[in-house]
Design a protein around this ligand. Structure first.
Ligand code: GLU
Length: 277
């Protein structure tokens, strides 16, 4: 693992109560920070304003406190890399998106949802991997003017070059993604709001995170995040180390990760009480 002072982060998107997978990630992050004398950073990823609520944000904070997983940087305690709610960092993401557009790492995409659906439909019919087909990659000024005249909005899309991304995951070893399966992806919605893939990568760099410990459901996000680091000009040795933890499974071998944590905690507490009384 990297020789730098460890900084890990727990970065939930509170679209509901924290689930078992979140808690396992938080516990591993906290334990790794405490074991190495590093820093445990807590960040709220609340850019999806249609699904995140203030109540869920507060519940996430309260749950971590209840568990005793104290954090060194984050909501309530502050720190030099704040603010720690992504909804308060929108100007930072807008700055980077603009820079990526200037550098031609990203481009405006005017495709409508119906057009994108038609592309997916054709890909399904042809039995090829689904994903953006690059339609707006090289638009001429006239084409852009025509789309604008139609009143179309545009998302900002990151250009994925041909080739592969390889990184060493601390748990899985060397992992390679062929970009054939990592199409150009959206960084900013047509309403100007950033997507997870942009915000998470920008924040991990700016907040100087050294280790990303998280569930394996996010493994396929990693090549996109590495692409954002590249566009930010981050040196390879400064990329965070990744460790994707396997899913938490129940006794029936079904995934437990998405179960609400508080439901299970309540059950355990009730069972304990019935044993005690
Ligand atoms: N906010 C993401 C989620 O809750 C996790 C971010 C990450 O660990 O990279 O799914």
């Amino acid at each position: 693992m990297s020789q730098k002072k460890v900084k890990v982060r727990f970065a939930p998107s509170p679209t509901g109560d924290l689930h078992v997978g979140n808690i396992r990630t938080a516990l591993f992050d906290w334990a790794y920070a405490r074991h190495t004398g590093g820093t445990f950073l807590f960040r709220i990823e609340d850019t999806d304003t249609t699904r995140v609520t203030d109540e869920y944000i507060q519940a996430a904070i309260d749950t971590l406190k209840w568990l005793g997983l104290n954090w060194d940087e984050g909501p309530e305690v502050g720190g030099e890399n704040g603010p720690y709610l992504q909804s308060q960092r929108l100007d930072i993401y807008a700055h980077w998106a603009e820079k990526f557009l200037d550098q031609k790492d990203a481009y405006h995409c005017y495709c409508s949802p119906d057009e994108l659906e038609a592309v997916r439909e054709a890909q399904r019919a042809a039995n090829v991997a689904p994903g953006y087909n690059g339609h707006c990659r090289e638009l001429t000024a006239d084409q852009v003017a025509a789309y604008k005249a139609q009143g179309r909005g545009a998302v900002v899309r990151m250009r994925m070059p041909d080739g592969t991304t390889t990184f060493t995951d601390e748990i899985r070893g060397e992992v390679t993604f062929d970009h054939k399966f990592v199409p150009d992806f959206v960084l900013v919605r047509a309403d100007g709001s950033p997507l997870y893939t942009l915000a998470v990568a920008v924040d991990d760099v700016l907040m100087k995170v050294t280790h990303v410990l998280r569930g394996e459901d996010l493994l396929s996000s990693t090549p996109r995040q590495i692409r954002v680091y590249q566009a930010m000009g981050v040196a390879i040795e400064d990329y965070p180390v990744f460790a994707h933890l396997p899913f938490v499974m129940g006794q029936d071998n079904a995934k437990l990760v998405k179960h609400p944590f508080l439901g299970i905690a309540n059950k355990v507490i009730c069972q304990r009480q019935s044993v005690i009384t």
